[in-house]
Write a protein that binds this ligand. Structure first.
Ligand SMILES: Cc1cc2nc3c(=O)[nH]c(=O)nc-3n(C[C@H](O)[C@H](O)[C@H](O)COP(=O)(O)OP(=O)(O)OC[C@H]3O[C@@H](n4cnc5c(N)ncnc54)[C@H](O)[C@@H]3O)c2cc1C
Length: 435
């Protein structure tokens, strides 16, 4: 009996020993994830491209929903000139992560304007225009005295004066000045430069792309990101086909409202912070004119019309001028619904109402239109105070970037996007190096 038990024991042990390599294999297979990539960057706007540029030593993938890189930077050409569907002004090239010459620059004009009761008031700065348009000395003084903490006392201004402020405010920010925090309210009274690189801002996006070692997939819309702790899984659609990849890390550079939708199981505190970030829409109608007689100006607000403001672009071709008719927030939502005919008619009406006989529609040689669903972030009163470090790195393998996450206090613009992307790229690099 004892002998039989001993024999069985030996047989079982032998069987068990034989099974050990299988257990070991299964165990190690579970612990060792097969990574497709070291990093995946979601979005190939300026922040995504900057992040990927800082990760060139690793094996990476960049997924971009559009059929082009650049995001809200989108230059197009007509004859020998380049015009912008998105970001217009020149960026500080010395802050880029590599030496880059953006080419010749056309400086913006010094004169501003405001359309009031059908007449253009010209000025050197917004406060001068407001004064000429009916603001009292006390109004101007109260604006000049407002401090960055409490903001403007809007209760002392009637609606028509707030509308005038919004006219200039909308040149850089979107929507109503009263929704913004005091720091940003000042933007209504600054004079903004409109210098423009003649090669267009997209040239920088192409330069970035040519420097990337990562694989860039266009028309790839990311639908789901999940951080499993040992790896992160990313799902995307390309030509209606679903793909799933695994990666050691992911940098998500989409605007906040998209980011919250695609990342699964975001920590509640990060989710709350992101959900408070509101982006307003914006639209731009581009009009190229051959040899017009319109007196030079930089930008001109049109609060009484269907448009928000008109920017006069500069080109290095003396025969071609580009006018950008901007529609901010509600005005953009309104014209988004227009068909092409109605849109063209509206743009012509805006130019005729603003410039009268100086504008001749026969001189229009090219038009174009772009609508941006998520154009600019609304910097509400507790915007800067809300952020905590956790927002940049919400979970072990997920990093966030985008202009709205700028760390220098102006969450909009090419430079904000570049700096935010570089920071996320650097942090992801350190994470991969140390893991
Ligand atoms: C009309 C207009 C005028 C402007 N004027 C100026 C200006 O004069 N000067 C200036 O400095 N800035 C200007 N800006 C702002 C500037 O363009 C932005 O701040 C900057 O380009 C933002 O870069 P980003 O990379 O953070 O975001 P984005 O450029 O928005 O990049 C995000 C990218 O993510 C992609 N994406 C979105 N969802 C997904 C998804 N699910 N999967 C994959 N990819 C996705 C998008 O297609 C996009 O390419 C302007 C913007 C607009 C709209």
């Amino acid at each position: 009996m004892l002998n039989k038990n001993l024999k069985n024991y030996h047989i079982n042990m032998k069987r068990f020993t034989l099974l050990i390599p299988i257990f070991l294999f299964l165990f190690s297979a579970k612990a060792q994830v097969k990574f497709d990539y070291d990093y995946v960057v979601v979005g190939a706007g300026m922040s995504g491209l900057s992040a990927a540029c800082n990760l060139n030593n690793y094996n990476g993938l960049v997924l971009e929903k559009n059929g082009r890189v650049g995001g809200r930077v989108h230059s197009k050409t007509y004859e020998d000139i380049t015009y912008e569907m998105g970001a217009y002004s020149a960026y500080p090239s010395q802050l880029l992560p590599f030496e880059y010459d953006p080419g010749s620059l056309s400086p913006g004009n010094d004169s501003l304007g405001m359309l009031l009761n059908g007449k253009i008031i010209r000025c050197a700065n917004p406060l001068e225009c407001m004064f000429k348009g009916g603001f009292s000395v006390e109004d101007i003084e109260s604006i000049q005295e407002f401090d960055g903490k409490n903001g403007i006392d809007f209760s002392r201004f009637p609606t028509w004066k707030i509308q005038m402020m919004n006219g200039f405010f909308n040149v850089v920010q979107s929507g109503d000045i009263r929704e913004y925090n005091p720091k940003r309210q000042r933007d209504a009274f600054k004079k903004w430069t409109t210098d423009h690189y003649n090669n267009g801002n997209s040239a920088l996006a192409y330069e970035y792309r040519s420097r990337l070692n990562a694989k860039v997939v266009l028309n790839a819309e990311v639908t789901r990101i999940k951080d499993y702790g040992t790896y992160v899984q990313i799902e995307y659609l390309e030509n209606n086909k679903k793909f799933t990849v695994t990666s050691k890390s992911v940098v998500v550079t989409t605007p906040a409202p998209i980011t919250t939708k695609i990342i699964e199981d975001l920590k509640p505190e990060v989710n709350t912070m992101l959900e408070k970030v509101k982006f307003n829409p914006h639209a731009v109608y581009v009009m190229v004119l051959k040899g017009d007689k319109i007196k030079p100006f930089n930008y001109l607000t049109t609060p009484e019309l269907q448009s928000s403001y008109i920017l006069r672009g500069t080109t290095d071709n003396p025969n071609l001028n580009v006018f950008y008719i901007h529609f901010s927030h509600d005005k953009s939502k309104f014209i988004e619904k227009f068909n092409q005919d109605k849109l063209d008619k509206t743009a012509l009406e805006v130019m005729e109402s603003t410039f009268g006989k100086s504008f001749s529609k026969e001189l229009v040689v090219k038009t174009d239109f772009s609508f941006w669903k998520s154009a600019a972030v609304v910097v509400d009163p507790d915007y800067y105070e809300r952020w905590e470090r956790i927002i940049f790195h919400p979970s072990k393998r997920v990093f966030l970037a985008g202009d709205y996450l700028d760390i220098y206090g102006f969450p909009l613009g090419i430079n904000a996007a570049v700096q935010s992307g570089l920071r996320a790229g650097k942090e992801t690099f350190e994470f991969l190096r140390d893991e």
